[in-house]
Design a protein around this ligand. Structure first.
Ligand SMILES: *[C@@H]1O[C@H](CO)[C@@H](O)[C@H](O)[C@H]1NC(C)=O
Ligand SMILES: *[C@@H]1O[C@H](CO)[C@@H](O)[C@H](O)[C@H]1NC(C)=O
Ligand SMILES: *[C@@H]1O[C@H](CO)[C@@H](O)[C@H](O)[C@H]1NC(C)=O
Ligand SMILES: *[C@@H]1O[C@H](CO)[C@@H](O)[C@H](O)[C@H]1NC(C)=O
Ligand SMILES: *[C@@H]1O[C@H](CO)[C@@H](O)[C@H](O)[C@H]1NC(C)=O
Length: 492
């Protein structure tokens, strides 16, 4: 499965949670709400990426002439003006009326440059050169971003941005540095505006790149050969002073054919609260997502398994059953068998207050394999009630089925009557030892949660809140190596 990689776009658009209900669109069945804590985390990440793109940035050469007493016209060239380091003292992110505002205040920037001084007049020829370090203090950077739905995708716009250099000091090294200090100091203004322009340009560029990567987000993610997940954004992101919510359609669809759209009612608002716990993000999945998954796989005829291997392979031979079902052995002596388990009606799935309940009807057909032929000999109908607990495995939301109860009856038989108690115990052990372990293995792969490469979920809690299942979590850095490799694909 392709990890649903939308989290990285949340760098900058995260906000606090305090129990408000998010007014989401009616056809958004997966929602993400980002809290204050998450917003801060994203902001720090954005700034970190921003600094990485600015460090080693080379600013344009500055060249000017100055009138020097007694010697005449001096030519000064400042070159290789390079940003060496940026330190951010404090930063903040707020949601304002116009959009999301990120402010960096009191940043310190270290630069290096080369300087060259030449005087060539008819009287004298002087030239000198050296290096210098520049320190910028009290730099402020601000940007205002807006995020809108554009045909199911997200459009990020930079509404406003600015960079203001506070104090700038230059320390010359080499040459007869002391002699030229005053002269070079005259270029403070030029250097300051060059730093401001350079950083402003990088911001514009960075946001454009971020927007471009938003445009490349898929609207649909193929999960396997049968199903795709509709990840189109629904409605505009909802910004309040305390939270930011995004909704995606989130329903399963068929990959191979166009399904007649089925209308699902949402009609329930999702809460942004995480049981009073401060969590960075909350991802909520509506019951309809599960229903759509069930519908897609059922209609595609995928809810069927053939069991022809068992830990105790003898059970799949008629000989093992010769005393229990003598008719079977009599007609097909020493033949191998297989069990065909097929869901016969659309499973009913409901999110409860502690787990997900599922009731389904399955037909269990016993096939005898004789001379390369599959001969169905009996079919037992079973109504099963099961519950499914949700858990987080890695960055996937996974399920674990538990059998509640079942009732079974013989649907048809070509080998005469089968005793009901025999059927019950046969079905019970088949369900417990074969079917559930098999399904649980499948469910373990689960459903990918939105992630950012190198980052994972931590301290996750699951909340059941009919008709939503929510995952509240913090995000933390997990995979350094992977992160470093992927690094250059972000803002830079
Ligand atoms: C950093 O910010 C704090 C307040 O946020 C301020 O008191 C402090 O002087 C600042 N330090 C520098 C080096 O700008
Ligand atoms: C956020 O807005 C609500 C009303 O919409 C208001 O009651 C609350 O005081 C605001 N909070 C802040 C921190 O501005
Ligand atoms: C995906 O979801 C969007 C938004 O709800 C909807 O407009 C679109 O028709 C859906 N696409 C498919 C293939 O169902
Ligand atoms: C399994 O059983 C179902 C009906 O119960 C049938 O439609 C399907 O063809 C069978 N599959 C195999 C491989 O025998
Ligand atoms: C399981 O038990 C419950 C009540 O105990 C009942 O409502 C339900 O129909 C049963 N399910 C099956 C498949 O027998």
């Amino acid at each position: 499965m392709t990890p649903f990689n939308f989290f990285f776009l949340l760098y900058f658009l995260l906000i606090p949670t305090s129990g408000y209900f998010q007014p989401l669109e009616d056809d958004g069945f997966i929602s993400g709400v980002i809290s204050n804590k998450g917003l801060d985390f994203a902001k720090d990440l954005l700034i970190e990426k921003g600094i990485d793109t600015v460090v080693l940035l080379k600013l344009p050469e500055i060249e000017n002439t100055a009138q020097v007493a007694l010697v005449g016209n001096a030519k000064v060239v400042l070159s290789d003006i390079t940003i060496k380091d940026v330190q951010v003292n404090s930063s903040s992110v707020v949601i304002g009326e116009s959009g999301i505002v990120v402010v960096v205040s009191g940043a310190t920037v270290d630069l290096s440059m080369k300087w060259k001084y030449t005087v060539s007049s008819w009287l004298i020829g002087i030239s000198d050169h050296g290096t210098a370090s520049i320190k910028v203090e009290g730099m402020q950077v601000g940007l205002t971003l807006n995020l809108k739905n554009q045909e199911g995708g997200l459009k990020l716009t930079l509404l406003d941005h600015g960079c203001y250099v506070g104090d700038l000091s230059i320390q010359l090294n080499g040459g007869a540095a002391w002699l030229y200090q005053v002269l070079i100091d005259a270029f403070q203004e030029n250097i300051a505006s060059s730093v401001e322009d350079g950083i402003s340009d990088k911001i514009k560029e960075g946001i454009e790149k971020l927007d471009n990567s938003l445009q490349t987000l898929p609207k649909q993610i193929a999960l396997d050969k049968t199903a795709a997940l509709n990840v189109s954004f629904v409605g505009n992101p909802v910004l309040t002073n305390s939270s930011l919510a995004i909704a995606i359609n989130g329903l399963f669809t068929r990959t191979s054919e166009i399904l007649v759209p089925r209308s699902y009612n949402n009609g329930y608002k999702v809460s942004s609260a995480c049981g009073g716990l401060p969590k960075m993000i909350k991802v909520s999945i509506h019951e309809n997502v599960l229903k759509s998954a069930s519908l897609v796989y059922f209609n595609a005829g995928k809810m069927q398994i053939i069991i022809d291997e068992l830990p105790d392979q003898n059970l799949l031979n008629t000989a093992e059953w010769r005393f229990v079902v003598p008719q079977l052995y009599k007609r097909y002596p020493n033949d191998d068998m297989q069990i065909n388990i097929s869901v016969s009606s659309l499973p009913v799935i409901q999110v409860g207050y502690q787990d997900i309940g599922a009731t389904l009807s399955v037909d269990i057909t016993i096939d005898v394999l004789e001379g390369g032929e599959v001969i169905p000999v009996a079919c037992i109908s079973v109504d099963v009630s099961a519950s499914c607990g949700v858990e987080i495995l890695g960055n996937n939301i996974a399920g674990r089925l538990t059998l509640q109860n079942f009732s079974a009856y013989l649907k048809w038989s070509k080998i005469g009557k089968l005793h009901i108690h025999l059927i019950q115990s046969l079905i019970s052990s088949t369900l417990k030892t074969v079917v559930l372990p098999y399904l649980n293995l499948q469910l373990k792969n689960g459903f990918p949660l939105p992630t950012i490469d190198g980052y994972g979920f931590q301290n996750t809690i699951i909340l059941y809140n009919y008709p939503w299942i929510s995952v509240c979590s913090d995000v933390s850095f997990i995979d350094e190596d992977y992160y470093l490799i992927q690094h250059s694909t972000y803002v830079s």
